[in-house]
Design a protein around this ligand. Structure first.
Ligand SMILES: NC(=O)c1ccc[n+]([C@@H]2O[C@H](COP(=O)([O-])OP(=O)(O)OC[C@H]3O[C@@H](n4cnc5c(N)ncnc54)[C@H](OP(=O)(O)O)[C@@H]3O)[C@@H](O)[C@H]2O)c1
Length: 263
């Protein structure tokens, strides 16, 4: 299916690897001009070169930390200079640290909110005017299954992502009449480096191999395996498509059936 977004411009934050990379790859395969971002310059430049080689479409890399205001502004400046204003914005960032609620101080909370909430608000403020002018836009926030089913010891993540979900729903209503959709994608467990520490813990506790530990993590989902970044990317690309014009203000799980509730 042609998603009807060839020639549009997308910014995918935090995309040198993992879920962000899966989204970047899916959009580049659709012929989108892509701006990728991550903090580690060598990795984001290598990932961009690899994607451009693979898809034959234009990919530009910008190193920067989305939780730092100046880095974020620079990301949008470079996009405008290279391709023009973005038509598609995918907000993503690394996850906050694990821990019990009593372990975290004011600074920890401020950092988590800056990383996983305020950075997205700033990013939207950068794109919304040109999207309104164009009468077309796609905004996607990568959050987590945790907004429907909070995860133990991830109080910072559970809370910051829930705030982002409320923000997304609010602006989706405001922007809907202008051809701009706003949605959240909620990953369950996917095979990315984010889960590397959990895999190490299983190896140490069970004495199994790394591959067996990855398989074991996958058994938490009824489908019986971890999610794949290309599967995730395909869903994201669809939500950014011309055909997805009637989907807005919603949160969509990609979790292999792991969520235990009804809705
Ligand atoms: N994987 C899962 O199963 C899962 C499930 C639910 C939610 N999530 C959430 O989804 C998001 C992506 O997870 P992932 O599994 O794809 O992680 P990952 O494989 O560790 O990849 C994270 C990517 O984000 C970049 N990044 C991290 N912090 C950044 C920052 N402040 N500014 C810019 N780039 C940054 C990393 O590169 P640099 O380190 O070089 O910056 C890397 O490219 C996280 O918020 C995670 O908590 C993941």
């Amino acid at each position: 299916m042609d998603l009807g977004i060839r020639g549009k411009t997308a910014i995918v934050q935090a995309s040198s690897k993992g879920l962000g990379y899966g989204v970047a790859r899916a959009l580049s395969r659709e012929g989108v001009n892509l701006v990728m971002n991550a903090r580690t310059k060598s990795e984001v430049f290598a990932a961009a070169a690899q994607l451009q080689e693979e898809t034959g479409n234009s990919v530009h890399a910008v190193a920067g930390d989305v939780s730092r205001h100046q880095d974020l502004l620079n990301l949008f400046r470079e996009c405008r200079q290279t391709f023009g204003d973005p038509h598609i914005l995918v907000c993503n960032a690394g996850g906050p640290p694990r821990g019990h609620f009593a372990d975290f101080n004011r600074q920890d909370w401020n950092s988590a909110l800056q990383n996983n909430f305020t950075s997205a608000v700033t990013a939207v403020n950068q794109v919304v005017k040109p999207m309104l002018k164009n009468g077309w836009g796609r905004i996607l926030f990568i959050t987590s299954i945790a907004v429907k089913q909070p995860i133990n010891d991830l109080v910072l993540s559970n809370s910051a992502r829930s705030a982002l979900t409320a923000y997304a729903k609010t602006i989706a209503t405001d922007l809907a009449p202008n051809g701009i959709t706003v949605n959240c994608l909620l990953p369950g467990a996917h095979r990315t480096s984010r889960l590397g520490q959990l895999v190490q813990d299983i190896v140490e506790e069970d004495g199994c191999s790394i591959e067996e530990a990855w398989d074991k993590l996958g058994t938490h989902a009824p489908i019986g395996r971890l999610g794949d970044i290309d599967e995730f990317g395909s869903l994201a690309a669809y939500l950014c498509s011309r055909q997805a014009a009637y989907i807005t203000g919603t949160s969509i799980l990609h979790d292999g059936g792991a969520f235990k509730g009804l809705f």
